[in-house]
Design a protein around this ligand. Structure first.
Ligand SMILES: Cc1ncc(COP(=O)(O)O)c(C=O)c1O
Length: 403
């Protein structure tokens, strides 16, 4: 990779993947890797999904892209299907190209409507790659909910709490990431979120849910916010909705759509509402529905978490967190995590290395047998660390006893 500029901050581990099939990537030597990271959370219904490939081929053979003044009925059909799964029946959709763009556009629309310019989010949210979002030194209020995790009033969340009082009145929108927390799979308490939303709404602000990772069945519901009993104004969807193709969507509620009728908003980029991306979204939603993958994600996610919980020994594996097929296991330190992660790759299993944790977010199509195969590989990949640790502990005990 001499001529490719790599700047994601991630090391290239398998330089030549030449094929893929469902849960697996296959390299140029024919080695298969179980991809428990779904690319970058993207292949929600598996690599090289034949139904989606056929939809893509058919659409490419007729119309990929039309332009601002021309369209195709698949765009409207797809908009209806994505609004339907979000219960935004009379709302509107804009099809875009990335999760970052879907969030940025929701934010711009909120600020256009509220005429305020302060964005609110939780301190550990990840909202995309754009400078407007990565640079939070101006125009942002970050709500630090670290202490809320252990607060004795966590389930009630007292409105008189100082932190809630500090939320500025001129917040244009609260952007809520329901459960990924920069990929660390943390779930902010419902009572806290409801209180924040109440304050923001009372001051005329909008609610955006960032469903780029948590959406499209990942958490065992269509969207992560559906675990929270809240009604957002915008839903930003990306990653899994394209199953690997770069398409995303901003969903706009009925009431905000009506406000935009009265106060029109302008935004135009070349691939907005492209027929190809729209056809893929329509296909992915149909595939998930036809194969009952939302409830499978819930059930298999519980199975995976249960299997990981059984490995918790407070020695190497410290604890797990998860919702649906978004599960993380915390590990005692960075070196051990790295070791296990690399051992797993050697054995043909790809997980996400989050420093002192491994995250597992496989395609929703994963089966219990495949989960079992992974758990066996994880145990084997850890045995070296265990014997090392036990050996070290025995050695320490021996030293103590001989003193
Ligand atoms: C929670 C979350 N939001 C937004 C984004 C941005 O999406 P994209 O990389 O498609 O622009 C990401 C990407 O990793 C994400 O994890």
């Amino acid at each position: 990779m001499k001529h490719v500029y790599l700047c994601t901050g991630h090391e290239l581990k398998i330089p030549n993947v030449v094929n893929s099939d469902g849960l697996y990537l296959i390299d140029d030597k024919g080695k298969k890797y179980m991809d428990l990271e779904s690319g970058v959370w993207c292949t929600s219904i598996g690599h090289n999904n034949r139904e989606i490939s056929n939809i893509i081929k058919k659409q490419v053979d007729s119309l990929m892209h039309a332009g601002f003044c021309y369209s195709n009925e698949i765009v409207e059909k797809s908009a209806k299907s994505i609004l339907n799964i979000a219960n935004f029946h009379n709302g509107k959709t804009i099809f875009l190209c990335s999760g970052s763009e879907a969030i940025e556009l929701s934010r711009q629309m909120s600020q256009h409507l509220t005429r305020n310019q302060v964005s609110l989010t939780l301190h550990d949210s990840y909202l995309g790659a754009y400078a407007s979002i990565t640079d939070k030194s101006r125009g942002w209020h970050l709500f630090n909910w670290e202490l809320c995790r252990t607060c004795p009033n966590k389930d009630k969340c007292l409105p008189t709490c100082q932190r809630l009082q500090e939320i500025p009145q001129n917040v244009s929108e609260f952007i809520f990431e329901p459960g990924s927390s920069s990929g660390f799979v943390r779930f902010p308490p419902q009572a806290l979120i409801k209180n924040i939303i109440k304050i923001v709404r009372e001051n005329g602000g909008k609610i955006i849910v960032n469903e780029v990772t948590t959406g499209i069945g990942r958490t065992g519901k269509w969207f992560g916010y559906q675990h929270y009993d809240i009604n957002p104004d915008f839903i930003a969807v990306g990653k899994g909705i394209g199953n690997g193709y770069p398409v995303s969507a901003t969903l706009i509620s009925e009431s905000v759509s009506n406000q935009l009728e009265l106060r029109p908003f302008h935004y135009a980029q070349s691939h907005q509402n492209d027929p190809l991306g729209s056809s893929i979204i329509h296909g992915v939603i149909q595939y998930i529905e036809n194969n009952n993958l939302i409830s499978k994600a819930e059930q298999n996610g519980m199975y995976l978490k249960h299997k990981l919980d059984a490995l918790i020994d407070k020695d190497i594996f410290l604890k797990t967190r998860g919702r649906g097929l978004m599960v993380i296991v915390e590990i005692k330190d960075k070196r051990t995590t790295n070791d296990i992660y690399n051992n797993l790759i050697k054995k043909g299993f790809i997980t996400c290395n989050r420093g002192t944790a491994l995250r597992i977010d496989p395609p929703l199509t994963i089966t219990k047998n495949e989960i079992d195969d992974f758990i066996e590989a994880l145990k084997e990949s850890t045995s070296h660390n265990k014997s090392f640790h036990t050996g070290a502990a025995n050695c320490a005990a021996h030293v103590k006893s001989t003193l």
